[in-house]
Ligand binder design. Sequence first.
Ligand code: CUA
Length: 351
Amino acid sequence: MTRSPRLRRAGHVALGLALTLVVAGCASNAPQDSLKPAGKYSREIDHLFKPVFLVAVAVFILVQGLVLFSVLKFRRKPDDDGTEFPDQIHGSTKLEIGWTILPALVLGAVAVFTIPVLFDLNSHPKNSMNVTVYAQKYWWGYQYNPQSNYGIDQKITTANELHIPAKTNIYLTLESKDVIHSFWAPRLNGKHDVVPGRKHTWLLEADHPGVYSGQCAEFCGTSHANMRLKVVVHDQAGWAKWVATMETPDTKPTSGLAAEGYALFQQKGCSGCHQIDGEYQETKATNPPAPNLTKLFTRDCFAGCIYDLNDRNEVEAWLRNPQRKAGSLMVIGQLSESEIDRLYAYLQTLR
Ligand code: CUA
């Protein structure tokens, strides 16, 4: 009935291995896999992490091996009546010096490789493109000031999706409008806290065009988990096209459903929080901060990148109840289905 301790131990080891495999399986195809770096900064971290991890594994095996060895070798034997004790010896100076110096050397070696990476990640590379990132509950805003090097002639403001050119150093200035958040695009760089009242800087760089997921990595409230983001990386032509699109002002609809929708957009108070650039500059949205909707339909996601903007049902569900996302600050009141249709028709003109 009772299994031998050896068998039970083997069972525990097997269970541990199985759990490890399950956890490793979760990571297949994961869009936020920091072990699959896609840019030079994330690669620097990866090149540091892997050897340090191997050193840690070696230390773990050595220490745990010695613990296991001692436990097995010196455990109480069946014929031991508990009256005899091993020879009692005092500490060995040689050993104590040894196990103080050895870890110090290991940590010293790790530091030699770590410190240059820390400096590099906090540098300000020449010719980098500047973007200011605004964090607030629970979405990300981005602002690009004019930079002739990157073809940006006018201020561009957008939300949720950060657009950048490939193979370019992006120098982010991180600012928070409320609490502490953390900007994290795992395949492009590590995390960086975004602290109210301070300006932190952080770098991004992506090797190839593509879409890279990210999210807030510091608990900031009920919808912390719904504060996601996308980094959309363009090739040269794609970047020029995006900038040109963003710099072509949205025009106000003058007739039809869309014009009625624009009237509603003002009546229902939407324009009090959502800024739209271009022709709309006279509407100065103030508070609370809400995503800038300029060229809205050039994006794929909304509300902290948790809903698909290309799915009309999602947009309508949002207009029916913006509280479907916990902690959402948007208040719009009850809308009729025909009002929702008109608002949707208006939003569709922002592209
Ligand atoms: Cu913002 Cu968590």
